[in-house]
Design a protein around this ligand. Structure first.
Ligand SMILES: Nc1ncnc2c1ncn2[C@@H]1O[C@H](COP(=O)(O)OS(=O)(=O)O)[C@@H](OP(=O)(O)O)[C@H]1O
Ligand SMILES: Nc1ncnc2c1ncn2[C@@H]1O[C@H](COP(=O)(O)OP(=O)(O)O)[C@@H](O)[C@H]1O
Length: 210
């Protein structure tokens, strides 16, 4: 029979991250509906996952149908939506994961509140700064049309505010350049801050994928 050794101390973030061979971070994508948050965060997650990173992407699809299904789009409900997402992301980072999130997150106060939960350097704000005219022209779900007609109330950028970040770590306008170049800019940033780069084989794989 295997001896079970009982340790009094909790397993900490460094131990969990070390077991996975990575530095955990939260990449927080913010921007208007249709700006390209989900597309960019999804493409980056695929690149990281394929290279062997342990990742998780939080977005409206997996959060607003479960954890936050009781919430709508009033300012109070968005605050609560993002507070819960921030707490979940904190637990996931604590578990040693590279976490990505894609929410409009319209106010600086909400985003800065989440940033404050993390040590310096572990919260990376990515402003997806695609102009509203481009987002409205894309209108993939027809929501801007409904917002303009008044069918949807409190729509970000039309009838509810969006406060652009003042000092995001990265700013990407998806109306310029292509997706591969934008993902490469994110990978370059992660390399520069040493989230990527502890294992040369991972760097080689990412270079091959780019
Ligand atoms: N009133 C209103 N305003 C803005 N967006 C609305 C609204 N109603 C529904 N939707 C759809 O919900 C998505 C935004 O949800 P989020 O959880 O990202 O928003 S928030 O951070 O809590 O503001 C957003 O998804 P994305 O288009 O992917 O950003 C919309 O499709
Ligand atoms: N990097 C990109 N380059 C060009 N078009 C993009 C890019 N990302 C997204 N799009 C277009 O914008 C639309 C909205 O993208 P999406 O990722 O769903 O935005 P968000 O999650 O911010 O609402 C997509 O359907 C696609 O047509």
């Amino acid at each position: 029979m295997t001896d079970i050794v009982w340790h009094q101390h909790a397993i900490d973030q460094a131990a969990r991250a070390g077991q996975k061979g990575q530095n955990p971070v939260l990449l927080w994508f913010t921007g208007l509906s249709g700006a390209g948050k989900s597309t960019l965060a999804g493409a980056l997650e695929h690149a990281l996952f394929a290279a062997g990173f342990h990742t998780y992407l939080l977005d409206g699809d997996n959060v607003r149908h479960g954890l936050c299904q009781d919430l709508g789009f009033s300012a109070e409900d968005r605050d609560e939506n993002l507070r819960r997402v921030g707490e979940v992301a904190k637990l996931m980072v604590d578990a040693g994961l590279v976490v990505l999130s894609a929410f409009i997150s319209p106010t600086r106060e909400e985003r800065d509140g989440i940033r404050a939960k993390f040590p310096h350097g572990q919260f990376i704000e990515v402003h997806v700064s695609t102009p509203i005219q481009v987002c409205e022209a894309r209108d993939p779900k027809g929501l801007y049309l409904k917002a303009r007609s008044g069918e949807i109330k409190d729509f970000t950028g039309i009838s509810a505010p969006y406060e652009a970040p003042l000092a995001a770590e990265l700013t990407i306008d998806t109306s310029k350049g292509d997706l591969a170049t934008q993902v490469q800019a994110l990978l370059d940033y992660l390399t520069a801050i040493q989230v990527i780069g502890t294992k040369t084989e991972i760097v080689d794989k990412l270079t091959a994928l780019a």
